[in-house]
Structure formats: structure tokens, C-alpha cells
Design a protein around this ligand. Structure first.
Ligand code: GBH
Length: 440
């Protein structure tokens, strides 16, 4: 009892960010506008009218941030590449200054002995592509593969992630409208879904054709779904929810087919099926080399299929604290979709941090959350889940999409008036875990 959980010596510890959430400098060095610039400009879309114009100013402060990552002893930094920096209008020749920024970032990581992990798309679609239909237009998937090829050839990075959370683009961007491009239309949402998955497959093929020895995979936010009571209706609702949350993305990628029940439900709401052309599923089924798993919250549903919250809540209304769900989803993926290693690409929570008079940020709640989730992950690993690494969301406090700057997910506090960084207590705690390789 109570022996510390030890992680394998080659376990990779890291932290994640995303371009629009941390970089700022949205008009510098030739960056074109993205759908998030457009979305933020509409009053009412983002809390307090916030936007990513400055964010955490990572575009200018990346060197200090790299020192911070090194000081924490991390072995991996997951960041995203802003497509509109590379192709300001979403197609055609590369913008050299945009590529140079990521070259400097990667060089800085390598010099410090930190592995770069790059996400190609973390939601900042070039606005020019949105003007031509965005993800509803099949051509966007082709453009994505072209953009990916530019990045693969220009940047010396082994590990790549294609699309960050296609499910969130579908649900928040196209079904519920709280993210760019802000639609509320199921019919359009699932057409976009197919093209996002197609984009993932096309880009993965390009990498495999051009760069042996590198690895690629999607970054999926997976939600273990549970019935909130033991009625057959709740059980059925949980299975349906699992289709929309997990199988809709995992099945085509791992098995080359959409889940029948989910596709039937979608087909009652729109024309997704008409957009699945011969050969598409084989493209989406391109073998992946690793699976990025992001875990935040379980989803419990009642007999009516409504989400109910049964555990501790957080400042993020969608996030209930349930470490057991992390264990469950890892075991489930290992059982139903075996074959590739999993890398945890995001896990975390927002806390209402205020620096004390001494400047210290005492985010005890984050320490508890991280400890409990790492313990659950460790238990899954002992039971056979192949997990190679873990990235906390996030390195820095940042632009939390529709919630603007009101929710802080960082292990490092950012004072947005001075851009001063202060590692929170959780960062110091994490540093010890990383250094010792064990949870005490
Ligand atoms: C991840 O999404 C993202 O990859 C990351 O960029 C993000 O910062 C992080 O999690 C924390 O949220 O505010 O009412 O519009 C996790 C899934 C989907 C959860 C969008 C919040 C929006 C709720 N997220 N959802 S709302």
C-alpha cells in the first residue's frame, strides 16, 4: 500500500499550448486573418469582448517561455502552427517569415533538449478559406494537405498532430455556435466533420510518403460516457452519446468505417453521407503512429439523453472532476483501438488564481487535480494502457476561446498587463514529479 506510483524512465513529460491562445501578434510578419479574428470581432461572441491580439505575447516572448519549459525540466513542448502565418490566404506559396518563427521555436527547443510536438491545426483556419466554405468545402481538406506538406518539409520535427479536437470544431463551431465560425446547423456540422477527418488522413499520407521515421496522429478529446442511472433508456442514451463523442472519430481513423448507429442518426439530420466519396474512408484509415488523447471530463446522461453533473464542478461549466474517467477512457481505447501508443496531449482545469502579496500563486486545487489524474493514468498504464507521455494543458494562462481571459488553465500565471510569468505552485509540484518520475 501507498508505494509511490513510479513512471517508466523514458516517460515523456510536457506541456501544451495553441497558437491563437498564446501567440498574439496577429497582424505581424504577414500573418493573414483567421476565423477566430473574425469571430472575436463580433460583440457577444467572446466574454468581455476579448480576442487573441496580444494573448500571452508568446510570439515575442517565446525565448523566455522556452527557458521556463527548460526550468521545469520538461522533455516535450506541444505547440500549434498558425496556418494563417504560413499561408495567409490558405493556399499558395509559404510566407517565409511565418515559417521562420516556428524554425526559431524548434531550434530553441532542440538547443534546450526539449522535443517539439507540433499540431498543424488548432482551430485558426485562414479566413480566406472560410470565405470559400471552410470545412464544409471538400477543397479545404486538400488545402490542408498542401499546408501540411510545407510544414513537414520546412520544420525538423519528429512528432506531428493533425487536427486538434475535430469534435470541438463540429460541436462548438458548427452545432452550438460558441466557437468560430459560429454556426448552429447540424446538417452543415457533419459535412464539416467528414472533411476534417479527410484532412487528417490526407496530411498523414503526405507525411508517410515524404518523411520516413516521423510520426503523426490526431489529437482527440475523448469523453467516457456513462448512464446516470440504471434504466435501459439511460444506458441506450450513453451509448448514443459515446457515438457522437468518441466512435464518430475513432472508428473511421482506426477501422475505416463510420459507426452505423451514429451515421444513421446523422443522416436523419443532414447530407453528410453524400459527401463520403469512394476511397475517402481508406484515406481517413491511413495508419497512424500515435494517438493524441485529451481528457478533461466524463459525460453522464440520463434517460432523456440529457447531460447531468454528478461530481465536483469547476469554473468551466462543462468540466466535472472525475479522474476515474481518465483511467476508463484509456482502458477503453487500449481495448477497442489497440495498436498505437497514446500520448496525452491535454489534461487540466481552470482555477481562479490570484497571486498572494508575496507574488506566489497557490493553486492547490490544480495540484490535487493533476495528482489524481496522473494516478488514474498510472493505474491504467499498470493495467496495460500504452501511454508514452503526458502534456498538461496548459503551460501558460491563455485565451480560453469563448471565455476569453476569464479562465486560467496555466501552470504558469500570466499577468496580462505586464506579461510577467509566475510559475504557480502546481508548476513547482509538477517539476518535482517530472524530476523524480514518481507521484508521492
Ligand atoms: C481543449 O478543448 C482545447 O484543445 C484547448 O484549446 C482548450 O483551451 C482546452 O481544452 C480547455 O478548454 O466556453 O461554453 O464555449 C476542450 C473541449 C470544447 C471544452 C469547447 C469547452 C466550450 C465551452 N472544450 N467547450 S464554452
Amino acid at each position: 500500500m501507498n508505494s509511490p506510483a513510479r513512471f517508466p524512465t523514458d516517460f515523456v513529460w510536457g506541456a501544451s499550448t495553441a497558437a491563437y491562445q498564446v501567440e498574439g501578434a496577429t497582424t505581424e510578419d504577414g500573418r493573414g486573418p483567421s476565423v477566430w479574428d473574425t469571430f472575436c470581432a463580433v460583440p457577444g461572441n467572446v466574454l468581455d469582448g476579448d480576442n487573441g491580439d496580444q494573448a500571452a505575447d508568446h510570439y515575442h516572448r517565446y525565448n523566455d517561455d522556452l527557458d521556463l519549459i527548460a526550468d521545469l525540466g520538461l522533455g516535450s513542448y506541444r505547440f500549434s502552427i498558425a496556418w494563417p502565418r504560413i499561408q495567409p490566404t490558405g493556399s499558395g506559396k509559404a510566407n517565409q517569415k511565418g515559417l521562420d518563427f516556428y524554425r526559431r521555436l524548434v531550434d530553441g527547443l532542440v538547443e534546450r533538449g526539449i522535443q517539439p510536438m507540433a499540431t498543424l491545426f488548432h482551430w485558426d483556419l485562414p479566413q480566406a478559406l472560410q470565405d470559400r466554405g471552410g470545412w464544409e468545402n471538400r477543397d479545404t481538406a486538400e488545402r490542408f494537405a498542401e499546408y501540411a506538406e510545407i510544414c513537414f518539409d520546412a520544420l525538423e520535427i519528429r512528432d506531428w498532430l493533425t487536427i486538434n479536437e475535430p469534435k470541438t470544431v463540429v460541436d462548438c463551431g458548427y452545432r452550438e455556435g460558441q466557437h468560430a465560425p459560429g454556426f448552429k446547423d447540424d446538417a452543415r456540422a457533419f459535412v464539416a466533420c467528414h472533411h476534417l477527418l479527410l484532412a487528417h488522413g490526407l496530411a498523414s499520407r503526405v507525411l508517410h510518403e515524404r518523411h520516413a521515421g516521423r510520426r503523426i496522429g490526431p489529437a482527440l478529446n475523448l469523453h467516457p460516457t456513462y448512464p446516470a442511472d440504471d434504466t435501459p433508456e439511460a444506458l441506450e442514451a450513453a451509448r448514443h452519446q459515446d457515438g457522437l463523442e468518441n466512435r464518430l472519430y475513432l472508428d473511421p481513423i482506426f477501422k475505416g468505417s463510420y459507426p452505423e448507429d451514429t451515421l444513421r442518426w446523422i443522416s436523419e439530420r443532414g447530407p453528410m453521407a453524400d459527401h463520403i466519396l469512394d476511397g475517402d474512408l481508406a484515406v481517413i484509415n491511413e495508419p497512424i503512429d500515435m494517438l493524441g488523447v485529451q481528457y478533461y471530463t466524463p459525460i453522464f446522461v440520463d434517460a432523456k439523453g440529457e447531460r447531468v453533473f454528478l461530481h465536483e464542478r469547476t469554473q468551466a461549466e462543462w468540466l466535472e472532476v472525475y479522474p476515474e474517467g481518465f483511467h476508463d477512457i484509456l482502458m477503453r481505447v487500449q481495448r477497442d483501438y489497440p495498436g498505437v501508443p497514446m500520448i496525452i496531449t491535454e489534461n487540466g482545469l481552470p482555477t481562479e488564481d490570484v497571486p498572494g502579496p508575496d507574488g506566489r500563486v497557490r493553486d492547490e486545487r490544480r495540484i490535487t487535480f493533476l495528482r489524481d489524474h496522473l494516478a488514474a493514468m498510472h493505474r491504467a498504464m499498470e493495467e496495460g494502457a500504452r501511454v508514452e507521455g503526458y502534456h498538461v494543458w496548459s503551460l501558460l494562462d491563455n485565451f480560453e476561446w469563448a471565455q476569453g481571459y476569464s479562465q486560467r488553465f496555466g501552470i504558469v500565471y500570466v499577468d496580462y498587463s505586464t506579461q510577467k510569468r509566475t510559475p504557480k505552485d502546481s508548476a513547482l509540484w509538477y517539476r518535482d514529479v517530472v524530476k523524480s518520475g514518481e507521484l508521492r
